[in-house]
Design a protein around this ligand. Structure first.
Ligand SMILES: Cc1cc2nc3c(=O)[nH]c(=O)nc-3n(C[C@H](O)[C@H](O)[C@H](O)COP(=O)(O)O)c2cc1C
Length: 351
């Protein structure tokens, strides 16, 4: 792999496949990418493919199905991420996902947490390509949805390119054509899940090599992407990008995605439009017995980098807990932010 991939490989052709476009995906993030965040994200980008948090097969089969498979229609296109390795259970869940109207089922082979490892879920499955293949085959048999796999470039003790290539080859033979690759290995002992998202170095060139070796596959790159220009650069070498933390902490970065990544010229709502559009959603959420913070905790970064961002964040996080009139506080905040941002913030402006 010595020489830079960029120089050697021309842009891959756009591959047409049934199912949603994966040019820009918002990553599955436990506790973060819940339905409230996804509704909010969808107001900012019409075309990004959104992923649920990981749901284990056990939770779907034995738990509160309405909770685990529930979403707002507006969130579509939406992919369900499953955690599991039992082929029969995966097949059952993929069928349920299709019935529930998801656009894709994604299998988690990237999570390094001890808790999931003990249940043979997540990144530890990279050591068991045949088991992953069996699961993929079973899901393809039970559901007509696209079945995708999200994985790492390796795990400790199994981090050679050859092992990665074999993993992808075996899973592809089972029928998976789309691989979402977090471009760092996972270290399964001694690092927390959080550290496993920062400590092992990013190696984008490995993902580019995978695309070069499997040009017929759809390869989505993930890990550490923050600037749209860098994403556009990646799209010259792979088929799509997946963004996690940046989309969460700086959600308005998604305002440029429809135009710059999907070539869609439709007008984009301003930050204030988004703030206003969330109000009826919050009202519905409150009427159903939800707490306002369940929704607003995902919105703290909306004004990131702009005047008033700190005030906005503080009001929505701490002040909200000190009032018994949370909606009134929200309305005041809309007014305050609109005064601070006169004239209305421009959708494509960068903070
Ligand atoms: C809070 C949090 C929760 C996560 N939960 C999941 C998960 O449920 N499933 C999964 O495949 N990855 C999960 N991830 C990893 C992300 O999907 C993504 O691979 C990782 O954050 C790297 O992308 P980024 O650098 O763009 O954030 C999580 C990440 C974060 C920050």
């Amino acid at each position: 792999m010595g020489t830079p991939m960029q120089a050697r490989h021309p842009a891959p052709p756009m591959i047409k496949r049934p199912g949603p476009s994966r040019r820009f995906c918002v990553a599955p993030m436990m506790d973060w990418s819940d339905r409230n965040f996804r509704y909010f994200a969808r107001l900012i980008s019409r075309h990004a493919l959104l992923y649920t948090e990981m749901v284990t097969t056990g939770a779907v089969i034995h738990g509160d199905r309405k909770r685990f498979l529930g979403y707002n229609a507006e969130e579509q296109p939406l992919a369900l991420q499953l955690g599991g390795s039992n082929a029969k259970e995966l097949a059952t869940c993929a069928a349920l996902a299709e019935e529930a109207g998801f656009a894709e089922v994604n299998l988690n082979v990237g999570c390094p947490s001890d808790r999931v490892q003990n249940n043979l879920i997540g990144a530890c499955l990279m050591a068991h390509p045949e088991l992953v293949a069996e699961g993929v085959r079973a899901m393809m048999g039970s559901s007509g949805l696209p079945i995708t796999v999200k994985h790492r470039i390796g795990i400790n003790g199994r981090d050679s390119y050859e092992e990665l290539r074999d993993f992808v080859g075996v899973v592809h033979e089972a029928g998976c054509d789309t691989f979402i690759v977090h471009a760092r290995i996972a270290i399964l002992e001694g690092l927390s899940p959080k550290e496993n998202r920062d400590v092992p170095p990013l190696r984008y060139s490995v993902v580019h090599q995978l695309k070069a070796d499997f040009p017929q596959l759809e390869i989505i790159i993930n890990g550490g992407l923050t600037a749209l220009d860098c994403m556009s650069e990646q799209l010259r070498q792979v088929d799509g990008v997946m963004v996690g933390r940046e989309a969460y902490h700086n959600p308005y970065m998604m305002a440029d995605v429809d135009k710059k990544i999907f070539g869609n010229e439709s007008p984009v709502p301003s930050r204030l439009d988004v703030l206003e559009a969330m109000r009826p959603y919050i009202v519905r959420h409150l009427a159903q017995g939800g707490a306002m913070n369940h929704v607003t905790r995902h919105m703290l970064g909306l004004f990131q980098g702009l005047p008033g961002a700190r005030h906005f964040r503080r009001q929505l996080s701490s002040a909200l807990h000190q009032t018994d009139q949370p909606l009134a506080l929200y309305d005041t905040l809309i007014d305050e932010m609109s005064h601070r941002l006169q004239p209305r913030d421009c959708p494509v402006e960068q903070a």
